[in-house]
Design a protein around this ligand. Structure first.
Ligand SMILES: Nc1ncnc2c1ncn2[C@@H]1O[C@H](COP(=O)(O)OP(=O)(O)O)[C@@H](O)[C@H]1O
Ligand SMILES: [Mg+2]
Length: 377
């Protein structure tokens, strides 16, 4: 097992026809602990795969360093890094059987036939592949193929597992079960895993910690709950959580002893939210200055469902669209300047195109600086 550290790691791709080089990874620093399950998440093109491939040695490093354990591996060949990688495309040998696919890496490493047989047998057993060892990949379902790809990574007993969107080719049901399988695998093996996905549900459910990336930079590295409860900036706030956090631009205003958030609304009536003492202190430096208020849909609910002692403020908004999800309903509303989403239970009464009354839980409000986009703490 091993830690992985990235120090001021840069990847530039040469520009075409004299164009300037493109910086896909922009001097990132990251410490992945020994035995940790680290997830890289972010929108398509943010540099997740490039970073993972530099750890694997499949992509050269433009600047900075990659360490696996205490060893600097910038110039070490992929096969000598003691890593196993699992790809979205499975990358199985089509002409080999499941057994042949699982055994190949070990055979190349010079393991004795009996040792290969024991290791392949054990891994096949643990992944439910025992009855399929004689089949070719073409005779397997997508989920079974991905299990073979997983098995092939496991038999080598590497120091670090690298996964690049391994579930993206599976159907929704298979994605959930394979996700759980990989999580249990991590619990059992306790080997360092680095897992790339664009899917925040995968990130939240699998990661010990999550590294949120955007435009070749790291936006925040933290546990799933800390990312959710205390996003460091607007990007993370908007990226983590579904439906996404609602944002309102406005400014802070104090009248007498009460501090308010006043929505910027050139179209008429403004949303005025009286802030709790705690929140008022947080935005004390922003008197009459612009701020962005963020609040999650789950913090805007039916006034009846709010627990006693929860500070709330009631707001009235125009309903534009309702999406019944079964246990709950997503209401899409409009203040005249901002659209936002509320999450109410399915019994909540509403009429389309009507006004609805909702309770905003003011203790769950976030504030961001509109210029720096950083969270105001
Ligand atoms: N071989 C390459 N040549 C030029 N640009 C590339 C190459 N590979 C990736 N890129 C660019 O680098 C950026 C990051 O790519 P990638 O790491 O694959 O993103 P992600 O995995 O987060 O979707 C993208 O803008 C992509 O177009
Ligand atoms: Mg990718």
């Amino acid at each position: 097992m091993a830690s992985v550290s990235l120090k001021a790691l840069v990847k530039e791709y040469p520009g075409e026809k004299g164009a300037p080089a493109f910086r896909a990874v922009d001097a990132i620093d990251l410490e992945i602990r020994d035995g940790e399950f680290m997830v890289f998440v972010g929108p398509s093109g943010c540099g997740k795969s490039t970073t993972l491939r530099m750890i694997a040695g499949l992509e050269s490093v433009t600047g900075g360093d990659v360490f696996i354990g205490h060893r600097r591996v910038n110039a070490v060949a992929p096969k000598d890094r003691d890593i196993s990688m699992v790809f979205q495309s499975y990358a199985l040998y089509p002409h080999k059987t499941v057994y042949g696919n699982l055994a190949f890496g070990l055979e190349m490493m010079g393991f004795r036939k009996t040792e290969v047989k024991t290791r392949v047998g054990a891994v096949a057993e643990s992944l439910g592949l025992t009855t399929m060892l004689g089949r070719k990949p073409s005779a397997l379902s997508g989920g079974q193929r991905q299990r073979v790809a997983l098995g092939r990574a496991i038999v080598r007993q590497p120091k670090v597992f690298l996964f690049d969107e391994p579930l993206s080719n599976l159907d929704a049901k298979m994605r959930v079960s394979t996700r759980q399988e990989i999580s249990s695998l991590h619990k059992r093996l306790k080997t360092t895993m680095v897992y790339v996905t664009h899917d925040q549900v995968e990130a939240m459910t699998m990661g010990d910690r999550i590294c949120v990336m955007n435009g070749g930079n790291i936006m925040q590295v933290d546990t799933p709950l800390n990312l959710f409860n205390a996003p460091a900036n607007l990007f993370v706030a908007g990226f983590i959580g579904s439906p996404a956090m609602n944002f309102f631009s406005g400014h802070i205003q104090t009248k007498g002893t009460q501090t308010f958030f006043v929505e910027t609304n050139p179209n008429g009536r403004q949303l005025n939210l009286a802030l709790t003492a705690n929140l008022s202190r947080r935005v004390a430096d922003y008197q009459n200055k612009p701020v962005i208020l963020g609040i999650r849909p789950e913090s805007i609910t039916s006034p009846k469902s709010v627990l006693p002692d929860t500070p709330t403020i009631n707001v009235q908004s125009q309903l534009k669209l309702a999406e019944p999800m079964g246990k709950e309903t997503f209401l899409h509303l409009d203040t005249g300047a901002h659209t936002f989403t509320a999450r109410v239970d399915s019994e909540f009464p509403y009429s389309l195109e009507g006004m609805v009354n909702l309770a905003v839980q003011t203790n769950e409000i976030h504030f961001f600086d509109p210029t720096s986009e950083e969270r105001i703490t």
